[in-house]
Each structure stands twice: as structure tokens, then as C-alpha cells.
Design a binder for this molecule. Sequence first.
Ligand SMILES: Cc1ncc(C[n+]2csc(CCOP(=O)(O)OP(=O)(O)O)c2C)c(N)n1
Ligand code: SF4
Ligand SMILES: [Mg+2]
Length: 276
Amino acid sequence: MEHSLLRYLRREILPTTHCPGCGCGQVLNAFVNAIDELQIDPKEMIAVTGIGRSSWIPSPYLKCDTLHTTHGRPVAFATGVKVIRPQNRVVVIAGDGDLAAIGGNHLIHAARRNVGLAVFLVNNYIYGMTGGQVSPTTPYGVPTTTTPYDNAEYPLNIAELMAAAGANYVARWTTYHIRKLIAAMKEALQKSGFAFIEIISQCPVSYGRRVGLRDGVAFMEHFKENSVSVNKARNLSEKELEGKIVVGKLIERDRTEFTESLRRVNRLASQRRRTT
Ligand SMILES: Cc1ncc(C[n+]2csc(CCOP(=O)(O)OP(=O)(O)O)c2C)c(N)n1
Ligand code: SF4
Ligand SMILES: [Mg+2]
């Protein structure tokens, strides 16, 4: 008997090329569960990705219209898609390097504009696909290919940045919290405006071996033991939160979605043109 979720995937190219134990498979699994539970018709959805291992989650495996764009630019392409096709659900799935480093400004300003995108940033703390270079989310003190002694930079709290920039929905979960992640994906996919989930995921190959977490199971245990809920974190000091992963919903608000605002301004402009 065939698995019912296989209908969302391009079977002809399965199995995936992700390494054994890579979190990308869990994120893909969570995503197809979310669209299945919401009964979303994949024909109504456009998935946009950049370049990186996480970008392979929707493209080429997902059976919907996909736009596999250049490194750092998926949010810019997705904004264009949403402006032209506001009736469609537009989803971006890409890595921490893609969205928080080279694509950081696109991300901040799409959140500020509140563009109607569901953006799932797969944070494996590293440039996974290219062999383990430091990324803006790599923890302080961790050695990488480009910081061989250790990392002298502090990591970016990308989820809090999205909340501060104005996103309508921001959450953070790990690949260990799979049911919570599916529920958050469902919320994000139904939210009007910019919806963002930071998914803490694992790259045992390019990151894990640097920190003594050599397989997927070791990462699951690590995520389980080191996660604290948003509510609990409110009562903890910065020192107590060192090395912890704060999980849950960071913010939910209801600012008007960007393409809706754009249509309002366009109507205003045509009224003015008629009266002058
Ligand atoms: C403009 C440009 N710069 C650099 C690269 C090389 N490159 C490809 S993927 C990547 C980083 C991937 O890291 P991330 O986005 O975190 O994805 P992951 O593989 O970790 O999922 C880089 C630097 C590129 N393809 N294009
Ligand atoms: S190198 Fe890392 S991110 Fe890339 S497929 Fe392997 S485990 Fe996943
Ligand atoms: Mg990465």
C-alpha cells in the first residue's frame, strides 16, 4: 500500500539526496502533513526557494509550481509573485545562509512591508550544502570551515528580528517538536501577511561533527534537552538562557497585508487621476 502523502511529491525523483539524518527530510515531512491537514490544493500554491540544501525541500521534490531562484533572493522573487498573483499562497523555504546572510535585507523589508508570504527558515547553524562555512546563526565559539579555530561572532536571533521588523506571525520550533511544527506551519499558511517560522534543524555532516552531534538521534536529544518555551524564557535571565533554544509563538498580530495595501493605493491613484 502506498503512503497517502506521496501524492504531494514528485515520486520519479525519490528518494531525496539529503544525507541520512539530515533535518531537511523532517521539514519536508512536516510541510506535506501541514498542507494535507489543511487540504490545500498544491495547484493553488507557489513554492519559492534559493540555493542551499534547505532549498531542496520544496524544489524539486514538491509537486506544485516551484521557483528555484538564486542564493539569497527567494524573498525578492516571492514578493514579485505575490504582487502579481495575490490570490495564490506563496511559500518560501530556504536556509539560514540564504535568508539571514546574503538575503537578510530582503527578509527584513518583506517582514516590514508585511508581504503575504509564509517563510520557513531552516536554521541548521551552518552553510550545509557548501561544506560547513560559518553563517550568521552559527553559535559563538563553534569552529567551522571558515572559522577553523572557532567563531568570534555572536549569532543573529533571526526570529526576534522578524518580530521587531513587523511580521504578522513569528514562531520558532525544532525538528524534534514535529507536531508543534506542523501546527505552526498550518497557522502560518493560513495567516494573512508575513508569517515566519525559524525551524531549528540538523546538519550532522557539516555542523554536527564540529560539536560532537554525529547523527539525527543525537540532535533530537539535544533539541529536546535544551529547548525552553517562550513563556518560561520570559522569567529566565540572559545567562540562564545561554545555549537554550526558545520555542513557541513569539508574536501574532493583524497588520494589513502588503498587496492589499498596494491595491488600496492603486485605487486611490486612479480616483485622483479621474478627478484631475
Ligand atoms: C551569490 C552566491 N553566493 C554564494 C553561493 C554559494 N552557496 C550556495 S549555497 C550556500 C550556502 C548554503 O547555506 P544555507 O543557505 O544555510 O543552506 P543549507 O545548505 O545549510 O541548507 C552558498 C554560500 C551561491 N550559490 N551564490
Ligand atoms: S550536508 Fe548537512 S544540510 Fe546538507 S544534506 Fe547533508 S546533513 Fe543535510
Ligand atoms: Mg544552513
